[in-house]
Design a protein around this ligand. Structure first.
Ligand SMILES: *[C@@H]1O[C@H](CO)[C@@H](O)[C@H](O)[C@H]1NC(C)=O
Ligand SMILES: *[C@@H]1O[C@H](CO)[C@@H](O)[C@H](O)[C@H]1NC(C)=O
Ligand SMILES: *[C@@H]1O[C@H](CO)[C@@H](O)[C@H](O)[C@H]1NC(C)=O
Ligand SMILES: *[C@@H]1O[C@H](CO)[C@@H](O)[C@H](O)[C@H]1NC(C)=O
Length: 190
């Protein structure tokens, strides 16, 4: 009996730790929303599993990888804008298989692993890379990752303000994107 009770207490503790709001963030379980805005965070904190809308914006995050978003299978909206993300590793978003909207605007991407977007390619509707591609390396990486997977349901791809002077891949013109925001591009796709 004692054993069962302590096991229960342990599980309850574990559950509350798992669901607790990370330091320096604001959480609303009712709204399924977690916001960690302009708090000088350097890595992605442990986010509660109920989260559907996750905003980690205006921080100092520089790299994200497969451990960053583990166990967050209900997240549909993720904004990481205004960080210093320079590297997206293999399967960074793989745990987020309900992800519909991903905002990476205002970052400094130099390395995008070709499988960074694996597992979210079918669910993703909106990808914002405005002012996010640091140099030619990241443009080539992005082209490679888009070539590898079919972003069949992507409706909005924002590549504005990256000073891109050419299209890295004809595939950019072929995807069925309803709203294509691409400054200085030579393909007029709507
Ligand atoms: C995701 O949402 C479902 C339905 O609301 C819930 O049963 C499940 O526990 C949630 N997942 C996590 C990791 O909390
Ligand atoms: C990719 O998604 C499948 C289910 O759709 C899952 O079994 C697998 O673990 C995911 N991969 C990663 C690396 O999370
Ligand atoms: C992408 O992000 C930029 C900067 O945060 C914003 O101005 C723009 O409206 C976003 N694009 C879309 C399509 O929402
Ligand atoms: C892009 O920037 C990174 C980091 O500064 C550098 O290592 C890489 O060589 C650059 N790539 C190009 C094509 O300039």
């Amino acid at each position: 009996m004692l054993h069962l009770t302590s096991r229960f207490v342990f599980c309850a503790l574990l559950a509350s730790v798992y669901a607790s709001c990370p330091p320096r963030c604001e959480c609303s379980e009712a709204a399924h929303t977690v916001k960690c805005v302009s708090k000088d965070l350097r890595s992605i904190p442990k986010i509660p599993g109920y989260t559907r809308n996750l905003f980690i914006t205006g921080n100092q995050i520089s790299r994200i990888g497969p451990e960053s978003f583990r166990g967050l299978d209900n997240v549909t909206t993720l904004s990481l804008s205004n960080n210093r993300i320079s590297e997206m590793e293999f399967h960074t978003f793989s745990g987020l298989f309900r992800l519909r909207s991903l905002d990476l605007s205002n970052n400094q991407l130099t390395v995008i692993h070709p499988e960074a977007f694996s597992n979210v390619s079918q669910s993703l509707r909106e990808l914002n890379l405005s002012r996010a591609l640091y140099n030619y390396s990241s443009v080539m990486d992005l082209a490679a990752s888009l070539q590898r997977i079919s972003m069949a349901n992507l409706q909005v791809l924002d590549l504005s303000d990256n000073s891109l002077i050419y299209l890295p891949s004809p595939k950019f013109c072929r995807v069925s994107i309803k709203q294509f925001i691409f400054e200085m591009s030579n393909c007029a796709v709507i």
